[in-house]
Structures are given as C-alpha cells and as structure tokens.
Design a protein around this ligand. Structure first.
Ligand code: ATP
Ligand code: MG
Length: 365
C-alpha cells in the first residue's frame, strides 16, 4: 500500500464547459498544488460515467463536454507532464470497486446525504409515484459510492473540491473505515481540501443565486471572451438598497463583493498588484469594502474593477486555450495517455481489494 505517498484525486462532470466557480472552488488550487512539486501523483478525472447518471438521455452532451473540459483544464494550467487527466468510464476497475463498496453502505445513509438530497430536489427528481413523474435514477442515487471508488482507486490522500463535496468525502471516509475494519488495512483514508475563503467554496451565480452552476445558467465560463465577461459583470446583482452612490451599501450577500473576495481577496497572491494597478485608491479589498459600506462608492466603479480583475485572471487562460485548440488530436493523445496510466493504477488497487476479500480464486495458479 502506498499510503506514505501524497496523491491527489479530483475531477468534474463533463456536463458543460467549466465556469469560474469551478476555477476558484477547485481548479485554481489543483494547479497550485501541481506546481508546488509536493505531490507524488495527481489524477484529474473527467467523470463522464457520473455525468450519465442524470443525463442518460443526452449522451451527446457528455461526449461534447469531454473535450471542452479537457481544454478548460489545460488552459487553466493543468500540465499533462505533471498530472494525469483521465476518463472515468474507461477505467473498468471503478465500477467493480463500486459494486463491492455498495455492500458497505445503506440506502438510508445515502438518502440522508445533504448534497444528494439537494441535488435530487434541484433536478426535479420527485418520488416517482405518479405515472407522469420521473423518479431518481438508481445510478444517480449511488454516485456517492462510485465517488468513493474513484478516490480510493488511486490511493488519494488529498481531494481539493468545493463545499458541496464535503458530504461526499465523509461518505468515502466511512466506506474506507468500514472496508478496512472488515478486511484489514487496505484502503487509504483521504482528506478534503477546501478553498481558504468562503466565497471560493461556493461561488454564487451572476444572478445572486446560491451557486454558480452549469445547470442554472448563471455562469461566467473560463472560455468566455472579453466582451461576454464584461456583459455578465454589467448585469450582475448588487445591493438592492444601494440606490444612490452616496447611500451606505452592504457588502455581504452582494455577489460583486463575493466575487472580489474570491478573485482579489486576502488569500489571493496577486491581490495587492491588482489593487495597485486597477484601484489604486485602495490598498486592499477591506478598504474598498469599508468605502462602499460608508457610502460614496458607486456600483459602476466596483463592477469596473471586478471586470478588470476577471479579465486579468482569464486572459492567460484564453491564450493557452488558443494554443491547445490548434492541435485537437494532441489533446486526445493527452487523454489517452492519462487514462491508460490511471487504468493500470486502479487495476492494481482492485487486485489488492479482491485479494483481501478472498475473491482472487485463481491466485498462484
Ligand atoms: P453539475 O450542475 O453538472 O453538477 P457543477 O457546476 O455542480 O455541475 P461539478 O462537476 O458537479 O460542477 O463540480 C466540480 C467541482 O467544482 C467540485 O469540486 C465542486 O465542488 C466545484 N464547484 C462546482 N460549482 C462550484 C461553485 N459555484 N463554487 C465553488 N466550487 C464549485
Ligand atoms: Mg455538481
């Protein structure tokens, strides 16, 4: 067992292009960790099988999104020389591990998972009692268990994700403990790694709704051009009580300031440079927020700053994307290599699991 190694597993569902919520919630951190050189291995999974659990009728969307998400990764700075990008459905050990883990989890336990509950609600899966109602697909209901397979297959020690993934990590840890207590120390217990600031753990949508989400259409995408980003910022919600520039304003629950916390807040290493260049009247976000709360700072001015901050973040990403887009076969080659390597790693874990479970009947024959 390779539990002394430091290994990252994380990923995304290919249900669309990645947005800036994914970026601050997980992707930005992955790139930092990748470049820190502190990790022995980094696996980044495109969770197409999981995406199919609630998109079975729309496989074309998943297929199309696969390339988009890969380009999003590469343009955000994921380096295929340092990180393995893999396609979930092409790793046969994963559904096999899932099948064994399913016996260690109760239907009641999954039903209590707060993320599963809210996602079932958000997707409009009702009880499925009336003839015209669509219930929850069994595959969807079980995805927390398949996520445990994803994480443990690579012996991941660290999983950098947004806040909505907390209950999933807890579920994985329970499965690991249960498995190890029954069959002996086999699986590695992973830790969640959440973003340092609250804004980044769950970035709201441009409409002020709780979460920026592909399914809610309130996103700024990593692949949006300059004009699209500016347009989205212009129409963003702010403080509805801040009518005149001189009125005192609220910064909490104000999406514009929440975005500024995520992109130009204290934890951001480029924050002081961004203020020096685009808002030199303020040393940092605290000073700008104080002015807004006092009154005298208009929304237009704050939005102009946010626009600059976002463009500054996205512009190197756009440049890298343009480079990768020139050679799409090379991008598929990256996926092929990452997937082949990951398949081998996961197969080794599966062998270990079957051995301790005593279902490796032909061992040594
Ligand atoms: P879907 O609507 O298909 O579920 P999604 O937008 O929720 O898509 P996922 O692929 O489920 O995206 O999530 C990928 C990763 O991005 C997870 O680590 C998740 O925590 C993080 N994430 C997603 N949305 C946000 C957000 N608004 N703020 C911060 N992190 C987010
Ligand atoms: Mg999601």
């Amino acid at each position: 067992m390779s539990d002394k190694k430091k290994i990252i597993l994380t990923g995304d569902r290919p249900t669309g292009k990645l947005h800036v919520g994914h970026y601050v919630g997980s992707l930005r951190r992955r790139v930092e960790l990748q470049n820190s050189g502190e990790f022995d291995e980094i696996f980044i999974m495109i969770a197409d099988a999981q995406a199919l659990t609630d998109n079975a009728r729309d496989p074309q969307k998943i297929r199309d999104s696969l390339l988009n998400v890969t380009l999003d990764y590469l343009s955000a700075g994921i380096d295929p020389a340092k990180s393995h990008i893999l396609i979930q459905s092409m790793i046969p050990a994963l559904p096999e591990l899932t099948a064994y883990y399913m016996n260690l989890v109760t239907v009641q336990r999954v039903g209590r998972n707060p993320t599963v509950k809210s996602e079932i609600k958000m997707r409009g899966f009702s009880e499925g009692e009336a003839d015209n109602e669509e219930g929850t697909p069994v595959g969807f209901f079980c995805y927390p268990i398949s996520q445990a397979a994803d994480i443990t297959a690579f012996d991941a020690t660290v999983v950098p994700v947004g806040e909505d993934q907390e209950p999933m990590l807890e579920q994985t840890r329970e499965i690991v403990r249960k498995f190890n207590s029954i069959y002996g120390e086999t699986l590695v217990l992973p830790d969640i790694l959440l973003p340092g600031n609250l804004a980044s753990r769950r970035l709201p949508g441009t409409d002020g709704k709780a979460k920026m989400s592909k399914s809610l259409g309130n996103c700024i995408y990593l692949s949006d051009d300059e004009a699209a980003v500016s347009a989205a910022v212009k129409t963003m919600f702010t403080d509805p009580t801040h009518l005149k520039v001189t009125d005192p304003g609220h910064t909490e629950d104000n999406p514009v300031f929440i975005y500024l916390e995520a992109f130009a807040g204290e934890d951001n290493k480029d924050a002081s440079a961004l203020f020096a260049e685009y808002a030199p009247d303020y040393k940092d976000l605290n000073e700008m927020e104080e002015h807004y709360r006092r009154g005298g700072l208009g929304d237009v001015k704050v939005k102009k700053f946010l626009d600059k901050v976002l463009q500054e973040t996205l512009s190197p990403i756009r440049k890298r994307r343009a480079e990768y887009e020139k050679d799409i076969p090379a991008v598929y080659e990256i996926l092929k290599e990452g997937t082949a390597y990951a398949a081998e790693t996961a197969a080794n874990t599966l062998s270990r699991v079957k051995r301790v479970m005593g279902i490796d009947y032909f061992r040594g024959m």
